[in-house]
Design a protein. Structure first.
Length: 800
């Protein structure tokens, strides 16, 4: 500020009269040195301003305390105001503008009169000055904040910042800044009333910070809004331009080609009315969307699904039983029982197409022909074939789909299968129904029940489609490895057809008639080029596979064909004959080479038979003994029931030690270890009881078990042998492994009826009811004491 001006101001301050009229204002506060226009409408006040202009031009501007209280006359004003000089007076349509320059803060001591306007006795107020580092620092930050606010605010000219830098006194600086900002009136009044300049600056900094925050927030919001508008406006303009360009070029297509093509597909596609309505609506929605938006893709995919599904497309059935029989025979060796049942099923369908029979369920180990039977059925009646696996499906949504609101949602497996089938009446195979899981995500089996129920499945609703699909024409077939885990309500709807697995001879036949010809042609070879010797095939079956089904056998045959195909491609000519020797050349060392006789030649090892979901297997039980203290160690992933069987076997032997000629104190000085090797397959169930006892007895008597003998059965503490389950599978497994004799519970003898005659002839069966008999057959042991007579209260056990 110029030196002279300051002087003039000071003079005016000193010249202030004691009594001045008051101009009450609603929401402005005027600060010393600041020039401010005030709108005056009140007639009396205008008169007062006129009079003031005639005289010394001085008055006091004071803010009305409560701006709402308009009826209060005269209005009550704050006790601190500003004395000012009227500089100018301009009349406008809305009122008169009075321009006032502040001179000094004043306190209104007393209102002397109120009519026609207020006149008061006043005293001028002086600032309480401060200097020093702190004040300087405060001023610097005030400038900084002020600059930021000015920068952010579009209404404030940037020159203000420079102007403020010219004010080098803290008090006036605060006054200047506060009066330029559009702050709340009470804040301004607060600053006006603060005479201590340090306090005033402090308060100002606080207000500035608040203001800055507000500004920033406002700016953020504005930017967001602006961005939104910009983008959609841009797109709108671009689209309009595109239209104009297209028109100009004569491509007067309103719709993009993609929409066009969907529209054409929709017109051609046969759809139920309800579906068509939904599709058309969706297409309309789609045509209004920007192809860039994620929404567009979702909607587009949904339309694709609707268009790809065979809502009304069916294939024509050709149910000719003779033909069907031919087809089944063409692909499958033997299996007469199953084939006949299938033919009956088809016959019923032919005679009464409306009749919804039970659903066929093929149960059996892998590779026994379940899938290929399904395929053959489809071929026989001229339907499409699809297959989905339910193994590990735990979530209802996998069957029924996810709602479209999820990112990446898809229809469930049923609808996916139908899309693949391209007809609404395929043979639809649901694999591994026994492996359906259930957890918190909902029960997939209940969704499956709905799918399979003819009363409900004409209106199957998928969460993704949100449209009803008619599944009633679909021919469902299910498969499972095991019957037990299938949920009971599902099982009730199904007719079970069992496929137990094949004997070695059957495998040989199937390999010769089906697998080898197929593999030869699949590898691009001619039938005349390749021949497998019988002995070679037997070697593959015995030493390279160990399964109830045919999967690995087919794979090994395939591997040999592949090797031959390569040789042919490399130029080798002539006929390839696969002998036993060649097998090893092509397939490497045998995978299952152990010689059973050799393995069981040591005392302490017995062969058991186990039932597994893949068909049944043989199981070696090994017992050994070492110096120690009476403990029984069990290893090989044994379940609790199996562990208990081992304990029971040990107790039996201890109680009969004398009769069997075993050292009665054997357990006192030794630790006994029973191990059931072969794999990480958890083993459980009581049916290894007989085997464990035999292995222990063999160990303790130092006699080895008869070679090629296997056994199964549960034992009680008293040595009674109880029946067990899965005999059929176990016997088949035994025959595959080259077992010649089997000890089994007497009560299981009836199960042998189901075993193919050929095997029954190959294997010698020993039905037993007591452990003594087992030990006699297996180890040639004779109980010294007369046998206790078999007890009559034998309890019959169900499956183990
Ligand atoms: P699964 O579905 O039970 O696991 P697959 O149907 O896949 O078994 O059968 C495995 C292979 O064995 C297929 O190539 C199949 O054609 C063949 N196969 C199974 N059973 C027979 C049979 N009885 N006659 C001929 N080939 C068979």
């Amino acid at each position: 500020m110029e030196h002279e001006e300051v002087k003039e101001m000071e003079e005016k301050e000193q010249k202030l009269p004691e009594v001045l009229p008051i101009l009450p204002v609603r929401d402005s506060v005027i600060f010393p040195r600041m020039v401010i226009p005030l709108m005056v409408r009140d007639k009396e006040h205008l008169k007062m301003v006129d009079q003031v202009l005639q005289a010394d031009r001085l008055l006091v501007v004071a803010m009305i305390k409560d701006p709402e209280a308009t009826d209060k006359q005269p209005p009550e004003v704050h006790r601190v105001g500003t004395a000012g000089v009227v500089l100018k007076l301009t009349k406008t349509e809305e009122g008169t503008i009075v321009v006032v320059q502040g001179v000094s803060r004043v306190r209104i001591e007393e209102i002397l009169s109120t009519e026609p306007y207020q006149v008061a006795r006043i005293t001028p107020l002086q600032d309480v000055e401060h200097t020093g580092k702190e004040i300087e620092a405060m001023m610097t930050s005030t400038w900084g904040l002020f600059k930021e606010i000015v920068d952010l605010s579009p209404h404030l000219p940037s020159e203000l910042v420079q102007l403020s830098r010219n004010v080098d006194q803290p008090g006036p600086l605060a006054d200047m800044i506060i009066s330029t900002l559009n702050m709340e009136r009470n804040k301004k009044q607060e600053i006006l009333e603060l005479l201590d300049v340090k306090e005033r600056l402090k308060k100002l900094i606080l207000f500035l910070n608040e203001e800055l925050e507000l500004q920033k927030m406002g700016k953020r919001i504005q930017e967001q809004v602006k961005k939104g508008i910009d983008k959609s406006q841009r797109e709108y303009y671009l689209r309009e331009q595109l239209k104009a360009i297209q028109k100009e070029l004569g491509i007067d297509k309103e719709e993009p080609p993609e929409i066009q093509s969907i529209k054409e597909r929709l017109e051609k596609k046969a759809l139920p009315d309800a579906v068509r309505q939904v599709a058309e609506k969706e297409l309309e929605r789609l045509s209004k969307m920007s192809p860039m938006s994620p929404e567009y893709t979702v909607s587009r995919t949904y339309l694709d699904w609707i268009l790809d599904l065979p809502w009304l497309e069916s294939t024509e059935d050709t149910i000719d039983i003779q033909h069907a029989k031919k087809v089944l025979d063409k692909h499958h060796y033997n299996l007469e029982k199953v084939k006949n049942r299938i033919l009956e099923y088809l016959a019923v369908r032919k005679l009464n197409p409306e009749h919804k029979g039970p659903i066929l369920c093929f149960v059996g180990p892998p590779g026994t022909g379940k899938t290929s039977l399904g395929r053959a059925i489809a071929e026989a009646i001229g339907r499409k074939f699809v297959r989905i696996s339910l193994g590990g499906v735990r979530d209802e949504a996998e069957i029924r789909g996810h709602r479209r609101t999820y990112v990446g949602a898809l229809p469930g497996r049923i609808i996916q299968g139908l899309k693949k089938a391209k007809s609404n009446n395929p043979v639809f195979m649901l694999d591994e129904v026994d492996k359906l899981g259930m957890d918190f995500r909902g029960d997939p089996s209940s969704a499956l029940l709905e799918v399979l129920d003819p009363e409900q499945n004409y209106s199957f609703s998928d969460h993704y489609l949100e449209l009803e699909f008619d599944l009633s024409k679909v021919m469902f077939i299910t498969t499972a490895n095991q019957l037990d885990p299938i949920p009971a309500p599902l099982r009730d709807r199904m007719e079970i057809l069992e496929l137990v697995g094949y004997t070695e001879d059957e495998k040989l036949q199937i390999a010769t008639k089906f697998l080898i010809p197929r593999q030869i042609s699949e590898h691009g070879l001619k039938r005349s080029q390749v021949a497998f010797r019988k002995a070679a095939l037997r070697k593959i079956i015995r030493e390279y596979t160990r399964e109830a089904g045919l999967r690995n056998l087919e794979r090994e045959i395939g591997a040999i064909c592949r090797a031959i195909a390569r040789e042919v491609a490399e130029g080798k000519k002539g006929r390839f004959v696969v002998t036993e020797k060649e097998v090893e050349q092509y397939l490497g060392k045998p995978k299952y080479t152990y010689d059973m006789a050799e393995r069981t030649s040591v005392p302490g090892i017995a062969v058991g038979l186990a039932w597994t979901p893949t068909g049944g297997d043989i199981l070696f039980v090994e017992a050994t003994m070492m110096p120690g203290e009476k403990s029984l160690v069990l290893t090989g992933q044994l379940g609790d029931v199996m562990k208990e069987s081992a304990q029971a076997a040990l107790s039996y032997l201890r109680s009969r030690a004398h009769e069997l000629g075993i050292d009665p104190d054997f357990y006192k000085k030794n630790d006994i270890h029973i191990h059931v090797p072969a794999g990480a397959i958890p083993k459980d169930g009581p049916s290894a009881g007989v085997t464990m006892l035999t292995a222990l007895a063999s160990l303790l008597t130092r006699k080895s078990v008869k070679p090629r003998l296997a056994m199964t059965g549960e034992v009680t503490l008293r040595g009674i042998v109880l029946p067990v389950g899965g005999i059929k599978e176990k016997v088949l497994a035994a025959s595959r492994s080259g077992i010649k004799e089997i000890i089994l519970p007497k009560d299981n003898q009836k199960d042998l009826d189901e075993i193919p005659e050929k095997i029954r002839k190959q294997i010698k069966f020993h039905p037993v009811s007591r452990m003594e008999e087992v030990l006699e057959i297996a180890l040639g042991l004779n109980h010294k004491k007369a046998r206790t007579k078999p007890s009559s209260n034998k309890k019959k056990r169900s499956k183990s």
